[in-house]
Design a protein around this ligand. Structure first.
Ligand code: SAH
Ligand code: SF4
Ligand code: F3S
Length: 440
């Protein structure tokens, strides 16, 4: 019998990308054929469409709904399942409204997908989940079939920080950490299958809580870095209020921990940081950067900035702009504030006009471009280790890989994905580098 074809389309963060891989594995193990893709891959037909959604900004939700609408209009529309954060946050109100969706499956219930699809496709009435924290099924291990040189491994889930603007704690529930031994075993299995680079994932990895000799995130980093054959270890995301010197020392000491750190600051004004409930000040954050650079001078530091939070005045914004100047990041992501349901900020007046939000966002991008360019110029002529990903998307005659600082490098060579090669940087573009393979 031919089991149906399931298409999974993923929106949102790495956590969702990782969850979609787990969903695919669960369904493949149950005999389904599964294809995975991002929003750009959303073409063609499938028997079942799973949309793994993101609720972090209104725009992400609109995109998912419009994708669902497009599929629902097909002549033979697929069975549509909404998974992910939007399913968790909005299922009750969407249930009667978005009739094209047959089922809503929150991030804690993916283990039930075969039961759900099996029943629905046979015309049985089956369950739609209630928000909950499934204990036994919290961390679904990766299957033994990973392909590609890089993999994500979830180390903790949820968030207890409740930053005033953020929906994640409502979508992902309270913080819980995965046992260190399970993490180690999964990384070992992946490495034995040829994975060279592992990114440890969590909404706030710094508050990882283990036990015994692996009690903290710094302990976990050192422990996992020992997996034989693991070439690169990365992690995200770090909250500045929980970043300890021990974590920074681990980055400095352990050769296969990448010298890169994503440390979202969100804003540079103490008034706004306080209103956001971030738990640190501008001064503390800048001191933290100094401490980090004293241990790891060449670290690739990146951040997230949120502009237009309620009450953010022009002078508050200028403090964010000046922090971006001072911090000298290698890269950043900047977002315009979008009010989210359930959050504390949703009760405040969204008083920065959209036009002003866009102007502030553009200003941050302009400042950062100068810093990004300067950091890339410093790499000119350097010989860097590059982990090969595959053919370059823009020019198939070239191949693409990433530096330890997560910069894309395009170069010409006959090397397999997963190879760790040395490349001399010969030119810089807007967002990527060009290079030549070094022999010997
Ligand atoms: N756990 C991570 C990030 C979670 S969401 C952390 O604590 O930093 C990723 C980014 O989306 C955030 O860093 C923030 O900049 C942005 N973001 C979150 N909520 C938002 C909102 N309501 N509007 C606009 N951007 C938002
Ligand atoms: Fe959201 Fe704040 Fe938690 Fe990050 S730390 S996921 S921004 S609530
Ligand atoms: Fe990630 Fe979006 Fe959910 S950022 S945790 S998929 S709300």
């Amino acid at each position: 019998m031919n089991l149906p074809h399931v298409q999974i389309i993923t929106f949102g963060c790495q956590m969702n990308v990782c969850d979609s891989e787990r969903m695919a594995e669960i369904l493949q193990a149950a005999g389904y054929t599964v294809s995975l893709g991002g929003e750009d891959d959303a073409v063609g037909s499938a028997d079942v469409l799973i949309v793994n959604t993101c609720s972090v900004r209104a725009k992400a939700e609109q995109k998912a709904l419009s994708l669902i609408g497009t599929y629902a209009k097909q002549e033979n529309p697929p069975l549509i399942v909404m998974a992910g954060c939007m399913a968790q946050v909005h299922q009750r109100e969407l249930l009667g409204k978005v009739t094209a969706v047959s089922h809503f499956v929150g991030p804690n219930d993916y283990y039930r997908l075969p039961e759900l699809l099996g029943g629905s496709l046979k015309g049985r009435k089956v369950w739609t989940n209630e928000p909950q924290c499934g204990e036994a099924h919290d961390f679904i291990p990766a299957a033994c079939s990973h392909t590609g040189p890089s993999a994500f491994v979830t180390v903790m889930k949820g968030c207890d920080n409740f930053c005033a603007y953020c929906v994640v704690p409502y979508a992902r529930g309270p913080e819980r950490s995965r046992p260190a031994q399970d993490i180690y075993d999964e990384v070992k299995r992946l490495t034995e299958q040829g994975v060279q680079e592992v990114s440890l994932l969590g909404q706030n990895v710094n508050s990882y809580k283990g036990s015994g000799s692996v009690a903290t995130f710094a302990d976990l980093l050192r422990y996992v870095a020992e997996v034989p054959g693991l070439k690169r270890l990365r992690f995200m995301t770090s909250h500045p209020k929980d970043l300890s010197a021990d974590i920074v020392k681990a980055i400095a000491d352990v050769p296969n921990i990448c010298k890169a750190l994503h440390l979202p600051v969100q804003a540079g004004s103490n008034k706004v940081l306080k209103a956001m409930g971030r738990g640190y000040t501008r001064e503390h954050y800048l001191d933290l950067l100094q401490m980090i650079r004293s241990y790891v001078p060449d670290i690739a530091l990146t951040t997230d900035i949120l502009v237009g939070f309620p009450g953010e005045s022009e002078s508050d914004f200028l403090e964010t702009a000046s922090l971006v100047e001072l911090a000298d990041y290698t890269d950043l992501f900047v977002f315009a504030y979008s009010p989210r349901p359930h959050t504390k900020a949703a009760e405040l007046v969204d008083d920065v006009p959209q036009k002003e939000k866009v102007a502030r966002l553009t200003k941050i991008v302009e400042i950062q471009n100068i810093h990004s360019q300067k950091h890339m110029e410093k790499l000119l002529g350097k010989e860097l280790k590059v982990l090969v990903e595959g053919p370059s998307k823009s020019d198939k005659s070239l191949i693409t890989g990433r530096t330890e600082g997560n910069k894309l490098v395009h170069f010409s060579a006959d090397v397999k994905p997963g190879s760790l090669v040395t490349v001399k940087i010969t030119a810089i573009g807007t967002h990527s580098l060009r290079g030549e393979l070094c022999h010997g």
